[in-house]
Design a protein around this ligand. Sequence first.
Ligand SMILES: NC(=O)c1ccc[n+]([C@@H]2O[C@H](COP(=O)([O-])OP(=O)(O)OC[C@H]3O[C@@H](n4cnc5c(N)ncnc54)[C@H](O)[C@@H]3O)[C@@H](O)[C@H]2O)c1
Length: 419
Amino acid sequence: MPDIKDINLAEQGLERINWVEKNMPVLRIIRDRFEKEKPLQDIRIASCLHITTETAILMRTLKAGGSQIKLCASNPLSTQDDVAAALVKYYGLDVYSINGEDNETYYKHIDSVLEFNPHITQDDGCDLVSTIHSKYPEKCNNVIGGSEETTTGVIRLRSMLADNSLKYPIIAVNDAKTKHFFDNRYGTGQSTIDGIIRATDILLAGSTVVIAGYGWCGRGVAMRAKGMGANVIITEVDHLKATEAAMDGFRVMKMIDAALYGDLFITITGDINVIDIPHIEKMKDGAIICNSGHFDVEINLTALNKIAKSRQRVRKFVDEYKLDDKRIYVLAEGRLINLAAANGHPAAVMDMSFANQALTAEYFTKTYRKGERLPVDVMPVPKHIDEYIAKLKLNSMNIQIDQLTEEQKKYLASWSFGT
Ligand SMILES: NC(=O)c1ccc[n+]([C@@H]2O[C@H](COP(=O)([O-])OP(=O)(O)OC[C@H]3O[C@@H](n4cnc5c(N)ncnc54)[C@H](O)[C@@H]3O)[C@@H](O)[C@H]2O)c1
């Protein structure tokens, strides 16, 4: 039995799902083919993803391919309850998630999707894969492969591989170029700013925004904040990324120094306690802190709760912490602000990310049906899939590009031409 908030929200959810589909032409093309060819017939997929309208389009695509799916959330605050209801009512999916669920319910729901012995796992952050490995190791034998959506999940999986804990092959969807070049950069860039504005209604123009992390996501957030007129400061731990940020025109400094200037702080590193008490002690009265990295560990809220005189919810998604000399505002309890306070990434980028998920599921199935087994490893999405998705996306944008001539192909493949 599915476990969702309210089935009566289904109609609203369906309306929103239908709206985003217009912006997901690549998945639509894949779905049309899946409907004819049924490449995933009788494949059981356990899926742990943010339950959003875009995920609903992925679920439709996988179902069109003939698979059976159980879906739970990859974050307790990101579930769109109307979408969950629509997936149950109109697509007959087993969905287990309620926005705002506590940690115990969150893991109970992961247990529920693992009940039917999946052939494929789809994860966003590695909570599903770590649960199947630690609680149900015997179920791993049945799994032909798993796909991982985000940077943090890939890092956890590589740790599992390194200490020989991983029991089945994983494809790192995050590492596909058609994923992180677009989803992490433009998707997180836009939706993080969107979430902050929805939660606070602040004006970015003229304010100082401190962004911790200049990876794929951080670059996108910095680019958009700058575009809206903010003075952007970057903090980093990697010399290369810090150099890049400086040459992109941002001020780069240590967090302890940036703490003095920031009106708004955004963490997007995948790391722990990036904003800690010594930083908060230096911040201005009224500073706003939020996170868009995968887990709610980037701001040390445990320590902040200990030193705060009081904490009060002053507005949806905004908690005011009173300290001796100032007030600090934390958004969305330190969870991904773009999914908690806004709708996550726009459909046009999720189109490519989820095309990778759909085609990866097909790739695992084809390999399995040929009687082959992929090695236990954390692997990239096969290059031909990545390139095919880029081609479809470009076609859908009505953009034509040049093709190499025979002469150019020969030239580029040769070492004999020189000065
Ligand atoms: N909000 C979303 O929708 C969304 C989307 C994609 C990825 N993510 C998550 O965002 C996080 C970052 O992803 P990414 O793809 O940008 O990763 P990335 O590896 O490209 O970048 C992370 C950057 O953070 C830096 N960093 C690490 N520790 C730091 C510290 N203490 N101070 C300052 N910088 C530090 C690293 O050097 C690196 O440059 C991950 O947790 C990822 O899972 C979130």
